[in-house]
Design a protein around this ligand. Structure first.
Ligand code: PGA
Length: 325
């Protein structure tokens, strides 16, 4: 079901994007043209030359020298959030499907099993795929019944933790500052953080998407010591587990805004390096179209990550970022 766009582009305060299709219809997913800044283009020829010089050549796959249409410089990243699903048996099947899947090499792949299955997964899953926790305690472990510490996640071989997921924010009641502190602790202890942000439907409809995302981003930014090991997951709450996926344009619009926010408030380097991934009913059928958007650096996948072949298809949607030259 389509959800109305709130014309977020009009709120963008940075240099305006120029639609690639309006200037260069034979290419899709070109690098954002505001990077070409205020140069004026006297002819189609010079435009092509300048666009070309802004593309990143990928030569790591033999026989597939394509152009990667990514605004950021980070590697494509796909995470599977298994949430509170699975049994010993079903997880064993999922792991076996993942172990036999062909995964594109140019992608960081991570899965987040329920805590109680972390060891099972770590001990049976290929090293090609890293492990993440779905949550972690705000500080060092101790007398905190029911919690899982960063130290314990690391002990079991986790390299990542998901923090700020909307189910933790809106069902469990975690607030921005608490989530920021959790992220700071995890990053400080060397765990990568998949930092989730996103607006509810009523916030989108009220035109507050950017405000909500910026506020949640700021809470992370105010707390974390560094952005080196953080991936931002933009997950509109109305799209999570609902089958209502954001359109590629809706997702791209917010991803651009997030990158611009990082550029203005942190640094140009962090804006370029930080992966901004999309989550919310991403699946094997829609991931290729979404991945073509140049500011979408991957996915955080819930439901579809419980099916090995579908998850592999989403991982391999990185290939749709390649455009002909
Ligand atoms: P979904 O969940 O893919 O099932 O919508 C995404 C998420 O919660 O990370």
């Amino acid at each position: 079901m389509a959800v109305a766009s709130t014309s977020l582009a009009s709120q963008l305060s940075g240099p305006k994007s120029i639609s690639s299709s309006s200037v260069c219809p034979t290419f899709s997913g070109l690098r954002r043209l505001d990077q070409l800044n205020s140069q004026s283009f006297s002819s189609t020829h010079s435009l092509f030359q300048q666009v070309h010089s802004n593309l990143r050549l990928s030569s790591s796959r033999k026989g597939c020298r394509g152009v990667v249409a990514m605004a950021g410089s980070g590697k494509f990243f796909v995470g599977g959030n298994w949430k509170c699903n699975g049994t010993t048996e079903s997880i064993s099947k999922l792991v076996s499907d993942l172990n036999s899947a062909n995964l594109e090499p140019e992608v960081d792949v991570v899965v987040a099993p329920p805590f109680v299955y972390l060891s099972q997964v770590k001990n049976s899953l290929t090293d090609r795929i890293e492990i993440s926790g779905q949550n972690s305690w705000v500080g060092k472990g101790g007398a905190f019944t029911g919690e899982i510490s960063v130290e314990q996640l690391k002990d079991l071989g986790s390299k990542w933790v998901i923090l700020g997921h909307s189910e933790r924010r809106h069902i469990i009641g975690e607030d921005d500052q608490f989530i920021g502190k959790k992220a700071a602790y995890a990053v400080g202890e060397g765990l990568g953080v998949i930092a989730c942000i996103g607006e509810k439907l009523e916030e989108r409809e009220a035109g507050k998407t950017f405000d909500v995302c910026y506020q949640q981003l700021k809470a992370f930014a105010d707390a974390v010591p560094s952005w080196d090991n953080i991936v931002i997951a933009y997950e509109p709450v109305w799209a999570i587990g609902t089958g209502k996926v954001a359109t590629p344009e809706q997702a791209q619009e917010v991803h651009v805004a997030i990158r611009d926010w990082l550029k203005k408030n942190i640094s140009a380097e962090v804006a370029s390096k930080t992966r901004i991934i999309y989550g919310g009913s991403a699946n094997a059928s829609n991931s290729a179209e979404l991945a073509k958007q140049e500011d979408i650096d991957g996915f955080l996948v819930g439901g579809a990550s419980l099916k090995g072949p579908d998850f592999a298809t989403i991982v391999n949607s990185v290939t749709s970022k390649k455009v002909a030259v």
